[in-house]
Design a protein around this ligand. Structure first.
Ligand SMILES: Cc1ncc(COP(=O)(O)O)c(C=O)c1O
Length: 383
């Protein structure tokens, strides 16, 4: 049986060129970047080269890049860092976010609320999962210290009007954070064009290694470290840095950016073939997320009357890897909160299925899914 991986939004395999680029930094150039000797300086040189590489791609200054140990950590640093700095300066107590954020944002905002007393406004999304910049404008108060809206949804692929929301935030002088983890390599991400103040990325979503991320922090923005320790990353993210991983992330981002236009056009064709095929082959199924403003590689559906988790298991038995939502909520047979926020009734919202395409998928893969999925769904509906 040919196995088909169609879960590239959960994670991607590391590009062999990235593996090669990382190779010298495990045991040859192994120094601690803060050491004054030649070993340390060789590592520090590689670290700063990687910082310049990613800064160039993002349209940022190297000093505005903070390397972290994951996308989750980058989101945590953005939210806690800005909220705590604002608290210390007595600037306010209010955060604006959306109901469709990844757990990395959602759970951090929840903790800032429960443990630290921040007030939170959750602006609604429409039936396509889209945030209205005017709703953000209405939510902002004089004591708002941060707005956080993800660039593109990991569950339904909807791409938000980030530049418009950023403009609203700037008008009101409120820092704006975006979780761009799903967008990297799939959309242009220039921090000046977007107008964002904080932007989080994770290497393993664009053929880089797991356990490496970054946070762009606009110059001059007050940010307290979310974890405390020594002087790495200017004290904003203490802990001996993962030079091999960071070199890998920079290489992966450069490769992804170089291939982006061609690859996203190819993936969008496969995605559309998949969407049309699923909608015509299976009764009582609907596309979730925006029909056009969506990530080029992501097809997401609600299938009435079946559990998404069961569909994922059924597909796995056919050798196909899919997801029923965010990877970390897998295994829970409850309606997707993201789909509920988009107004889907529970009998639809339990049937979430996400197929996310990537580098090694072909038309034959799409056709194999279009052959297997109707069978899997029909079998589950008979049970
Ligand atoms: C939108 C989004 N944000 C954050 C993350 C977390 O990134 P990491 O796996 O590097 O912690 C993910 C990964 O699933 C994601 O899809």
């Amino acid at each position: 049986m040919k196995r088909i991986y169609m879960d590239y939004s959960a994670t991607t395999p590391v590009d062999p060129r990235v593996v090669d680029a990382m190779a010298p930094y495990w045991s040859d150039v192994f120094g601690n970047t803060l050491s004054a000797h030649a070993w340390g300086q060789a590592a520090a040189t590689a670290l700063e080269r990687a910082r310049e590489q990613v800064a160039r791609i993002l349209g940022a200054r190297p000093s505005e890049i903070v390397f972290t140990a994951s996308g989750t950590e980058a989101d945590n640093l953005a939210l806690r860092g800005v909220a705590w700095a604002a608290r210390r300066a007595g600037r306010g107590n209010h955060i604006v976010t959306t109901p469709i954020e990844h757990h990395a944002v959602e759970a951090t905002v929840e903790q800032l609320h429960r443990l630290f007393g921040f007030e939170v406004t959750v602006v609604p999304v429409d039936g396509h999962g889209l945030v209205d910049p005017d709703a953000v404008r209405q939510a902002i108060r004089p004591d708002t210290v941060l707005v956080s809206v993800m660039t593109a949804s990991n569950e339904v692929g909807t791409v938000q009007p980030i530049a418009e929301i950023a403009a609203v935030c700037r008008e009101h002088g409120v820092p704006f954070h975006t979780d761009a983890v799903q967008a990297a390599g799939r959309m242009a991400l220039n921090v000046e064009d977007l107008g964002v103040d904080l932007l989080a990325l994770s290497a393993h979503k664009f053929y880089g290694p797991k356990g490496v991320g970054l946070l762009y922090v606009r110059r001059g923005l007050a940010l307290m470290p979310a974890i405390t320790g020594g002087g790495h990353e200017g004290g904003r993210r203490p802990g001996t840095v993962n030079v091999a991983g960071i070199v890998g992330m920079a290489t992966a981002l450069e490769l992804a950016e170089a291939a982006r236009e061609e690859e996203t056009a190819r993936l969008a064709r496969l995605r559309d073939r998949l969407i049309e095929g699923v909608l015509s082959a299976i009764p009582d199924v609907r596309l979730t997320g925006h029909p056009t403003r969506r990530l080029p590689h992501l097809a997401s559906f609600a299938i009435r009357g079946v559990e998404g988790a069961s569909v994922v298991v059924g597909l796995d038995l056919e050798g196909i890897a899919a997801s029923s939502g965010a990877a970390c909520t897998e295994g829970e047979a409850r309606p997707s909160p993201v789909l509920e926020a988009m107004g889907l009734a529970p009998e639809w919202a339990v049937g979430a299925l996400r197929l996310s395409l990537g580098r090694y998928n072909t038309e034959e893969d799409v056709d194999a899914v279009l052959e297997a999925l109707p069978r899997v769904v029909a079998r589950l509906r008979e049970e």
